[in-house]
Design a protein around this ligand. Structure first.
Ligand code: CAA
Length: 299
């Protein structure tokens, strides 16, 4: 831990509070992973969710992952206990108002997120960065919900599973201040990640490239080029993917893949981004992947 206060990296002389605690809004897969990764990096985390059952699931995931890390000798029991103590689970955002940083990781609905951003603006101090883990919603659009706090809004896009994946894609909205970008990169690095900035265009870089590839794998299956197992094995063995694109689609959620393609289609205005009919059909049938125990594959 360094000084509690440090000079603004933008060099404009403003004094900023060091990030000792972050509030993670949403305790789903991504929010749970972000809070755990912060705690494992020595940062206190408020895990915020209005749903107490979701908080219980996040808590169980934290306990299981920390126990696994001790078992694998990646950390000592004392460090795991310290990480556990750093996480506070709260159902009311106001109970996290002492946080020095906020990351929203709620469901991917623009209106839900805009309401949350307004609540975050009211709940936290005026120097607190208001970050979002959105995978495809425009940062500029979310920032429009918080008036002159728009300069503090930024994308901090983690990848699933958060404790394992090395990247944080940092997305600057039109109004995002330079120092906010620099502070976001610094925080991501403290969390053990490599932070790479990108601009605010639909899908940013990761999903602009990944999702059309996944969509194309559905076309390859639909057109009878090969069965899903063969498509995935070809991409694993031939292109060194850890998971084939169809297995990855199940892991991400077919509904999420579908919705991101719809965002690309709407915002970039090209037919090539329209979701494959077979992907649409599986989503309509409720076959959403791992979370419904059936997607491309049965689990
Ligand atoms: N939380 C914490 N740790 C986890 C984990 C989780 N959810 N899942 C796996 N791990 C750990 C395991 O504990 C294991 O470590 P140990 O063996 O030391 O215990 C390690 O990761 C490897 O796991 P496994 O042996 O179970 O399996 P694997 O080697 O096949 O790896 C994987 C699993 C890391 C998920 C790997 O298959 C992978 O990298 N897949 C691709 C994931 C990917 O592309 N993610 C990005 C999705 S896109 C996204 O998130 C953004 C978006 O906007 C849609």
């Amino acid at each position: 831990m360094g000084d509690p206060e440090s000079l603004n990296p933008a060099g404009d002389g403003r004094i900023m509070t060091e990030v000792k605690s972050i509030a993670v809004i949403g305790a789903g897969t991504m929010g749970g992973g972000i809070a755990l990764t912060a705690a494992m990096s020595g940062i206190n985390a408020f895990q915020v969710d209005i749903n107490s059952e979701q908080l219980d699931r996040a808590k169980a995931y934290h306990a299981k992952t920390l126990a696994r890390s001790v078992e694998k000798q990646r950390m000592t029991q004392a460090d795991a206990d310290a990480a556990t103590k750093r996480i506070t689970y709260v159902t009311d955002m106001s109970a996290s108002s002492a946080a020095d940083w906020a990351v929203e990781a709620a469901t991917e609905h623009v209106e839900v997120k805009k309401k949350l951003f307004q609540a975050m603006r009211a709940a936290y101090r005026d120097d607190v960065v208001l970050a979002t883990n959105t995978s495809s919603i425009s940062i500029t659009d979310l920032a429009s919900a918080v008036g002159d706090a728009a300069s503090r809004v930024i994308g901090m896009h983690f990848f699933n599973p958060v404790p394992v994946m090395k990247l944080v894609e940092v997305i600057k909205g039109l109004a995002t201040a330079e120092d906010v970008t620099a502070r976001t990169i610094a925080l991501a690095e403290r969390m053990g990640k490599t932070a790479i900035p990108a601009n605010d265009r639909a899908g940013f870089v990761s999903n602009r490239v990944l999702m059309p590839m996944i969509n194309e794998a559905f076309y390859a299956w639909m057109d009878g080029v090969a069965e899903p197992e063969a498509i995935d094995e070809i991409m694993k063995l031939g292109c060194n993917f850890p998971m084939g694109p169809l297995r990855l689609a199940d892991f991400i959620g077919l509904d999420v893949c579908h919705d991101i393609m719809m965002v690309l289609h709407r915002e970039l205005g090209q037919d090539k981004y329209f979701p494959c009919p077979l992907l649409r059909q599986l989503v309509t049938a409720g076959r959403l992947g791992d979370k419904t125990k059936r997607g491309v594959y049965a689990y």
